[in-house]
Design a protein around this ligand. Structure first.
Ligand SMILES: Nc1nc2c(ncn2[C@@H]2O[C@H](COP(=O)(O)OP(=O)(O)OP(=O)(O)O)[C@@H](O)[C@H]2O)c(=O)[nH]1
Ligand SMILES: [Zn+2]
Length: 359
C-alpha cells in the first residue's frame, strides 16, 4: 500500500514500510530523501525537490558498514535540510564480501524490489552462474528475473532451449528473452520496474546491462562498451553505483560491484535454489552425507537416474564449500545439517528414513 502523506516520495519508492518508522515525528516532505549515489565524502540524493548533493556526517564515515548510507537508502534530514540525521530501516539490503577481506561485509544496494539477472544467449550462458545470482536474490528477498540478452545473435531454437533450461532451475522463475538494443522486447521488463519500484541489473561484463538501462530509459544513461570480437568479453565500462529514474517512473540501480560474484553469507538463499537436492538428500544413508561418493547416497542415485543433473549437484556443493570457506569438513557438515533443517522448516518435510551418523 502506498502512503498518501508524501505523494512525491511514493514516486521514488516510498511506502508504508518507511512511513511506519516515522512514529510521531512527521518530517516535511523535503526533509526525506533517497540516496542515488555515494562518494567518499558526499552523497547525491533525490527527493520531492529534485536531486542534490549532501555532505556525509563525519561520525557516519567512521561507523560500521551497515550504519553507513548506501545507494537506495532513505534518509531523514535535520531542520536545516543540509545534514542527514537518520537512515531508515531497510526493506531489503544486498551485501557482499569485501574484496580485500572476506570476513567484512560491504553494502551493495538497499531497498531493491527486483534483481534482473542478465546473461547473454551466446558465450556467457551459464546455468551455474545463474544459480549463484538466484541464491543472492532469494537470500535478500529481492524478486529475481532472468534476462537472456542478445536474442538477435542466436537462432530462435537456441533462445527457446536456453530459456527452458533456465525456467527448469526453479519453480515459477521468470525468464525474459530480449534484444537489449531495441525496446520491442525490453518492454517485457517493465512489470518488474513499474512506477515506484526499484530494480537492479547484475551479470558479467559485456552481457548488456548498460544497454538495457539505456533502452529502458529511452536515452543514453550509461556508456556501453565495445565488445572484443575474439572472446565476446566487454570492457568494464560502468564504475559507480547510481540510482536512475526511468521515464515510466520505475527506478533502476546500476551496481558494478555485483560482477565480482563473491557470495556473502547466503545459506538460506542456496537452500531455496537447491531445495530439490536437499529434499532428495534426506534419503541418503548418512545424515551428514556430502553427496560426494559416499555409499547409499540418494543424490548420486538421482543423478544416475537422470532426475537431477550432475552439474547442478556439483554447483550446489561448490557454493556450500565457498560458504564454509576456510572451515574444515566438520564445519561443512554443520552447514549441510542446517540446510536440512531449513528444508524441513520450508517444506515441512522429512524422508521418514532412519539415518545414521557417519562419524
Ligand atoms: N546485438 C546485440 N548486442 C548487444 C545486446 N546487448 C548488448 N549488446 C552489445 O554488447 C556490448 C556490451 O554491452 P554493455 O551494455 O556495455 O554491457 P554491460 O553488461 O553493461 O558491460 P559492463 O559495463 O562492462 O559490465 C555493447 O557493444 C552492446 O551494444 C543485444 O541484445 N544484442
Ligand atoms: Zn548423499
Amino acid at each position: 500500500m502506498t502512503s498518501t502523506n508524501y505523494p512525491h516520495l511514493a514516486e521514488l519508492g516510498w511506502n508504508d514500510f518507511f512511513e511506519n518508522q516515522l512514529d510521531d515525528e512527521r518530517p516535511a516532505e523535503n526533509a526525506i530523501v533517497r540516496v542515488c549515489s555515494v562518494h567518499s565524502m558526499v552523497l547525491f540524493v533525490m527527493g520531492a525537490e529534485g536531486k542534490r548533493q549532501l555532505a556525509i556526517p563525519g561520525n557516519w564515515l567512521s561507523s560500521d558498514p551497515e550504519d553507513r548510507p548506501t545507494v537506495g537508502d532513505w534518509l531523514i534530514l535535520d531542520e536545516t535540510g543540509q545534514w542527514p540525521v537518520r537512515i531508515l530501516k531497510r526493506q531489503t539490503l544486498v551485501t557482499r564480501r569485501a574484496p580485500s577481506d572476506i570476513t567484512s561485509v560491504q553494502l551493495v544496494a538497499a531497498n531493491l524490489d527486483t534483481l534482473f539477472i542478465v546473461t547473454s544467449l551466446n558465450d556467457d550462458f551459464n546455468l551455474s552462474r545463474l544459480e549463484r545470482y538466484l541464491a543472492i536474490a532469494y537470500e535478500y528477498g529481492v524478486t529475481p528475473v532472468v534476462v537472456l540478452s542478445k536474442r538477435d545473435l542466436v537462432t530462435a531454437e537456441h533462445a527457446e532451449d536456453c530459456a527452458a533450461q533456465v525456467r527448469a532451475l526453479h519453480d515459477g522463475l521468470d525468464v525474459v528473452v530480449v534484444n537489449a538494443l531495441t525496446i520491442d522486447t525490453v518492454n517485457a521488463l517493465f512489470p518488474w520496474v513499474e512506477k515506484g519500484m526499484t530494480a537492479t541489473l547484475v551479470g558479467s561484463s559485456g552481457v548488456g546491462k548498460s544497454t538495457l538501462v539505456n533502452t529502458l530509459s529511452g536515452e543514453e544513461r550509461t556508456p556501453t562498451g565495445a565488445i572484443r570480437d575474439s572472446d565476446s568479453k566487454g570492457r568494464h565500462t560502468t564504475s559507480s553505483r547510481t540510482l536512475y529514474t526511468l521515464p515510466n517512473g520505475g527506478l533502476i540501480m546500476d551496481v558494478p560491484g555485483f560482477r565480482e560474484l563473491r557470495l556473502p553469507s547466503c545459506e538460506h538463499g542456496i537452500a531455496k535454489v537447491f531445495a530439490d537436492i536437499i529434499e532428495i538428500g534426506l534419503h541418503c544413508g548418512f545424515t551428514d552425507c556430502l553427496h560426494d561418493g559416499e555409499p547409499d547416497c540418494a543424490v548420486e542415485k538421482a543423478v544416475e537416474e537422470g532426475r537431477i543433473t550432475r552439474r547442478r549437484v556439483e554447483n550446489y556443493r561448490k557454493l556450500l564449500k565457498e560458504q564454509a570457506a576456510q572451515d574444515d569438513e566438520k564445519q561443512q557438515a554443520k552447514i549441510y545439517a542446517r540446510q536440512r533443517r531449513v528444508a524441513d522448516r520450508v517444506a515441512g518435510k522429512t524422508s521418514g528414513k532412519k539415518q545414521r551418523r557417519r562419524r
